[in-house]
Design a binder for this molecule. Structure first.
Ligand code: ES4
Ligand code: ZN
Length: 357
């Protein structure tokens, strides 16, 4: 269903265009090769039902029935992560790939409850990921922020406890945001009002976001805005179902962190072309393009950009607007934003001029 060509020139432009990623789960960057390596190193026996090789993973990962089917694999996958070095290695592999894709700023999710319930200390998880954020910054010059997600299939009480056990990391600026993920439809946003209120009251500078409108309808998006008071929505594809909501997102400049290849792999749509991306663009609803769980969905950030390009054929000028909206909606400071805006201009001039010449 690719209607537009992604020329070599366009591909280089998209790679060099300074991109920000706002929606990637570090546990979702666990490539099958690393998964099996860590299972061996840590003496973990995977369940009988789990694919037995890299090839079997690739095949099974291509046939997820829905979000829950994927999550069942995702939680088994993360069971191989045991030591601080495992978390560090996982994140460093992602940061290396993001850097080679031209991603300059990453805000990355992690799911502490998925580790704590396996008796891994929350400090092991956060310290491994934080060390990787710092090292990636020194090695690649990228900026990286951690967003702690609560698992919505667990009770809000457990979420609140998790927030308490991560409090020192919020105070020290090691964790920059709060998110909400896992099975959406049975666990609506209002269940987590108290968790979000706790963060907003105690750490007012912390960014708030939530997965909404991936499998849930547009009311999940509105409720996340109204009750959780989030300033960003992860996925949010189903916002297009409601005109009022679309206008609200545009007026409030609420960023939707879209994940096109994820939506195809989890059967939200049959093809990227069906996503309401042109409508978001026309109605000035800001969005970014992200990889979600790249090791499971077969594509990192640049693959997602290219998939969108081949379906929507955006001009370089339109891509520039998308890149700028991603920077605006980021949770980095104004100096860093300024730096990124200027870089976008440099790359745009370099490529747009080549076309005219
Ligand atoms: C997720 Cl795609 C998606 N949706 C909800 N929760 C998630 N956790 C990891 N990937
Ligand atoms: Zn996600």
């Amino acid at each position: 269903m690719a209607q537009f060509e992604c020329t070599e020139h366009m591909e280089s432009f998209l790679r060099e265009l300074p991109k920000c990623e706002h929606h990637v789960h570090l546990e979702g960057t666990l490539e099958p090769s690393l998964l099996f390596k860590l299972a061996k190193r840590n003496n973990i026996t995977l369940p009988e039902s789990f694919p037995k090789s890299v090839e079997e993973c690739t095949d099974r990962y291509n046939r997820f029935a829905d979000l829950q089917d994927f999550l069942d694999h995702y939680y088994i996958g993360m069971s191989v992560l045991i030591t601080e070095n495992d978390f560090y290695d996982l994140a460093m592999d992602y940061f290396a790939k993001a850097h080679s894709d031209g991603c300059h700023h990453s805000e990355v999710f992690f799911d502490p409850q998925g580790h704590v319930e396996r008796n891994i200390d929350i400090d092991t998880v956060i310290q491994g990921f934080h060390r990787a954020c710092k090292d990636a910054n020194s090695k690649y010059g990228t900026t990286n922020k951690l967003i702690m997600c609560l698992l919505r299939h667990l009770p809000a009480e457990n979420g609140l406890q998790t927030i308490h056990s991560a409090s020192k990391y919020y105070e020290d600026g090691i964790i920059h945001g709060l998110g909400l993920d896992s099975s959406e439809k049975p666990f609506p946003p209002e269940l987590f009002t108290e968790c979000y209120a706790h963060i907003k009251t105690n750490y007012p500078g912390i960014g708030l976001t939530a997965h909404a409108g991936e499998e849930g309808d547009h009311t999940f998006v509105s409720t996340s805005l109204d009750l959780l008071q989030v300033s960003r929505i992860d996925h949010g594809v189903n916002s297009h179902q409601n005109e009022e909501l679309m206008k609200r997102l545009a007026t409030q400049e609420t960023l939707l962190s879209l994940c096109p290849l994820s939506n195809v792999k989890l059967q939200v749509v049959k093809d990227v072309a069906e996503l309401p991306i042109a409508k978001f663009f026309e109605m000035n609803v800001p969005f970014s393009i992200n990889s979600d769980d790249p090791a499971y969905f077969g594509g990192y950030i640049l693959d997602n950009y290219k998939a969108v390009h081949t379906r929507f054929g955006f001009t370089m000028e339109q891509w520039k607007v998308i890149a700028i909206n991603g920077i605006k909606g980021s949770w980095c400071d104004d100096d860093r934003k300024q730096e990124l805006f200027e870089l976008v201009e440099v790359v745009y001039k370099k490529y747009a001029v080549t076309i005219d010449a």
